[in-house]
Design a protein around this ligand. Structure first.
Ligand code: PLP
Length: 415
């Protein structure tokens, strides 16, 4: 029997995984050009590098237009405003995702309606979406979670049938493709984050993609304080915008990162497959979420692994993760909480009247809101492994698997 590192044994790994984010002379060159230009802001919008970056990013995803924006949260608020969302309209979102996928609806006076995710990939379950549609439903926000892509065939079919807008939340999914189509190019909008944990980053930042010229124009106006300037003044009326522009300094970094996207996406996808094969062949009771055969390019932001405690002598996931961390491998369990269990969505105050109108005195005890697959993932099953673990060598991957094996073989120490 080998002593687990948690109890004073020798850890499997003591060296850190790959540093991130990655950068090289490409970033330096664009940053330097932006500095020298003395045009550091984002105004006039789009600023020169922002225009270049927006188009390159759109091309990389097969979308017509790419619009740089402050981050991947306001992108979704802007998308909802651009479609003309009205107070009390309902927006269907998966329960198992980041806050912003649902709070964007609340912040424009609409109502998020939470649906469960599929067992096979933890992405929005199309059957649950269809069951949640009411006469007030206006939009669906599927999230392409971790290394998976939501079932866009079914979601787009449902949206067409019920005349709903689709905003793809692609915060995790830069570079991903479904049946040869880039994420963010299939719905009415794609929303991307460039925040520092993401596959490509400028520290903070975001992008909206769309194929629709009027939606592009409205979004640009909303990002630029509601201004209507040549190039995006072709729609009736004015919109309540604010300053959500990216600066040229941010865009400079994002441009360099986009130029590298295809190459690093392919490398990570190959490492994701290698990791899955190593893990599945050496450890029982852990399973990397399936890759849907319709995914033609895998983005691999987070590798999500399902953990079955019965293969670890009943040791709970969180205890397993503590032991894994001690072995030098830090993965995350509570990456997301089902959103309807977060108190802020519990609309007791008059601040968000539409939320209260839909959920009465609160959502937490509302028996109509229950997403068992999301809850099981959040509290018992899901292990999240951040992409830097895939960005190094095959030896890194084997170290991770060896740590799993060690804990499995010595699980009795944890009981
Ligand atoms: C699924 C998802 N949507 C939206 C966002 C929001 O992006 P940002 O942090 O750029 O506002 C994130 C960021 O963590 C995310 O993970």
């Amino acid at each position: 029997m080998e002593k687990l590192a948690l109890f004073g044994g020798t850890p499997v790994r003591t060296t850190p995984f790959s540093p991130w984010p990655y950068f090289d002379d490409k970033e330096r060159a664009y940053l330097n050009a932006a500095l020298e230009s003395r045009n550091w802001g984002g105004y006039p919008f789009p600023s020169p590098l922002a225009a270049q970056f927006g188009q390159l990013f759109a091309d990389a995803h097969g979308a017509k237009f790419g619009i740089p924006c402050a981050n991947g949260s306001v992108t979704m608020e802007i998308a909802l405003q651009a479609i003309g969302i009205e107070a009390g309209d309902e927006v269907i979102v998966p329960a198992y995702t980041f806050m912003a996928t649902a709070s964007c609806a609340v912040r424009v006076n609409a109502v998020p309606v939470f649906v469960d995710v599929e067992e096979r990939n933890y992405c929005m379950d199309p059957a649950a979406v269809e069951a949640a549609i009411t006469p007030k439903t206006r939009a669906i926000i599927p999230v392409h979670l971790g290394a998976s892509i939501a079932d866009m065939d079914r979601i787009l079919e449902i949206a067409r049938k019920h005349n709903l807008i689709v905003i793809e939340d692609c915060a995790h999914a830069h570079g991903g493709q479904w049946r040869g189509k880039g994420v963010g190019s299939m719905g009415d909008f794609g929303s991307f984050s460039l925040q520092s944990s993401k596959l490509m980053t400028s520290g903070e930042g975001g992008v909206l993609t769309t194929n629709d010229d009027v939606l592009r124009q409205k979004s640009m106006s909303l990002i630029n304080c509601g201004r209507k300037e040549p190039g995006y003044d072709g729609f009736e009326g004015q919109l309540f915008g604010a300053n959500y522009r990216m600066s040229e300094l941010q865009v400079a970094v994002a441009l360099a990162q986009t130029e590298r996207l295809e190459e690093v996406t392919a490398k990570r996808a190959a490492m994701h497959d290698t990791f899955r094969d190593l893990l599945h062949s050496q450890v029982q009771g852990v399973h990397v979420l399936d890759t849907d055969p319709r995914v033609t390019r895998k983005h691999a932001y987070q590798t999500i692994i399902k953990y079955d405690s019965t293969a670890f002598q009943g040791v709970h996931r969180d205890r397993f993760l503590t032991a894994l961390e001690a072995e030098g491998v830090g993965l995350s369990g509570d990456f997301y909480t089902p959103l309807y269990q977060i108190d802020i969505f519990n609309a007791r105050t008059a601040q968000w009247p539409m939320l209260r109108a839909r959920y009465g005195e609160g959502i937490l005890d509302n028996p109509q809101v229950s997403c068992p697959v999301s809850e099981k993932a959040a509290y018992h099953e899901a292990l999240w492994m951040h992409y830097p673990h895939l960005s190094g060598s095959t030896k890194d991957l084997q170290d991770i698997v060896t740590a799993f094996v060690k804990i499995q073989q010595n699980a009795d120490q944890l009981r």
